[in-house]
Design a protein around this ligand. Structure first.
Ligand code: SF4
Length: 427
């Protein structure tokens, strides 16, 4: 049975200096989150209030899913709206009315702001309030911003969940703690976690967001929430404002990260470390076995992270500690020191950390270091590939189920595959 490794926050990169950069950035906007959120929340609809560019972005990101009955669309602001010649609020009411008449299955409608709607200062919270009043109890209407102005693409999920927190029911639980897992997870991952929590003996647990808006989890002062994703700063703050308390933990990536995350869940619910270990041991051993083959391929290889998904620090920790990779640079759009405290403590001391971006300078550093693999956004991947670098799209790491023990091998495979492909091409 593997030992439980305590995390000491005065180690690794807990107090490491961070290179702060505030130059030109290469990132996607928060609308991208609609792609995984609409899969998760099965009775929700996402109506982007934006331009043709916004419509193209989500349609191309959604790929084949547009063949199914879509649960997202764009209300396009045209020149008349942008010039203030039309009453955009009236037009929006008409679009929503038509949509809800055509789609009686919708229970939760998100009006999603974009750069154009922010530029013309279209007040979507007023629209959401007005439309909610009109269509409740059948349909609740909420709003959030997916704009790409000063944000990164995973913030769309954070903004969406933060908008949902105020409408979560009040928990009646007075004395016993209840566990809330926060962050959209693939259903298969959620089901695995649910089985492990049950095996540990935890009965009061829920996932947020829930699959159906009619089954939103209740929260209150007894709620202990555990983040499943590292990019949920606003959602965490909103939950804390409702009295819930965050459980500090690393993120459930890899065998070690998943075990520590499960241990944190167990401790928050009053379970002993031995009891948790007993429940998770078989899954943990399967994960360690799956990682062994990848470790042979990845150990000693250098990886460079450009800032994109906010998953960079947990991924770097996983690659360094469980697969023996060397970290050339770990760039992240935002470094949330509190939510990442356990991750930073686990990073090898001396890791080069950067926050924000000045893309040309960072490209120069990357070229000078010649890493074996570069994790970056789509905009940088092709140019870097053409310069002979092996790349991994960071967005793929958000679209793919990577959390938990059973996915640890798949997660490592996302890094071994591009390296193996490059070797085959070079042979
Ligand atoms: S929200 Fe902004 S960045 Fe995103 S697609 Fe629309 S215009 Fe482009």
């Amino acid at each position: 049975m593997s030992a439980v490794i305590p995390i000491q926050l005065d180690q690794g990169c807990s107090d490491a200096p961070v290179l702060l950069e505030r130059g030109q950035r290469e990132v996607f906007c928060g609308l991208t989150g609609i792609i995984w959120l609409h899969r998760k929340m099965q009775d929700a609809f996402f109506l982007v209030v934006g331009s043709r560019t916004c419509a193209h972005l989500i349609q191309s990101a959604a790929g084949v899913m547009i063949f199914a009955e879509p649960r997202f669309a764009t209300a396009i602001l045209d020149e008349r709206d942008l010039a203030g010649l039309a009453d955009a609020q009236d037009e929006l009411d008409r679009v929503v009315q038509r949509l809800l008449e055509r789609r009686p299955d919708i229970r939760l409608l998100f009006l999603v702001g974009s750069c154009p709607s922010e530029v013309i200062k279209l007040d979507l919270s007023r629209a959401a309030g007005r439309l909610s009043e009109r269509f409740m109890p059948q349909v609740r209407v909420l709003n959030y911003s997916g704009s790409g102005i000063e944000t990164t693409f995973t913030q769309g999920e954070d903004a969406c969940l933060a908008a949902l927190v105020p409408v979560l029911p009040v928990s009646m639980q007075q004395h016993e703690p209840e566990l809330l897992i926060v962050g959209a997870l693939a259903d298969v991952v959620e089901d695995q976690f649910a089985r492990l929590f049950t095996a540990m003996g935890i009965q009061r647990f829920a996932f947020f967001p829930s699959r159906r808006s009619t089954a939103l989890p209740a929260i209150g002062p007894q709620t202990r929430f555990l983040l499943a994703q590292p990019f949920l700063a606003d959602s965490a703050r909103a939950l804390e404002d409702r009295g819930a308390r965050r459980v500090p933990a690393p993120f459930p990536l890899g065998a070690e990260g998943s075990a520590a995350w499960m241990q944190a869940a167990g401790a928050a619910m009053g379970l002993s470390a031995e009891r948790v270990e007993q429940a998770i041991a078989p899954a943990r051993q399967r994960a360690e076995l799956a990682l062994a083959a990848h470790r042979a391929l990845l150990a000693g290889k250098h990886v460079f992270f450009f800032p994109d998904s906010q998953l960079e620090v947990p991924l770097a920790r996983f690659l360094a500690r469980e697969l023996g990779m060397q970290l050339s640079e770990v760039g992240t759009p935002y470094l949330h020191r509190q939510h990442l405290a356990e991750e930073l403590a686990w990073l090898p001391a001396g890791t080069a950390l950067s926050e924000g971006q000045d893309v040309e300078k960072q490209l120069d550093r990357c070229r000078a270091l010649r890493p074996d693999i570069v994790v970056c956004g789509l905009g940088l991947a092709n140019p870097l590939e053409s310069e002979g670098f092996t790349t991994k799209w960071s967005i793929e790491l958000v679209f793919t189920p990577i959390q938990g023990f059973e996915q640890a091998g798949d997660l490592a495979g996302l890094f071994t595959r591009p390296l193996t492909r490059r070797q085959l091409l070079a042979a």
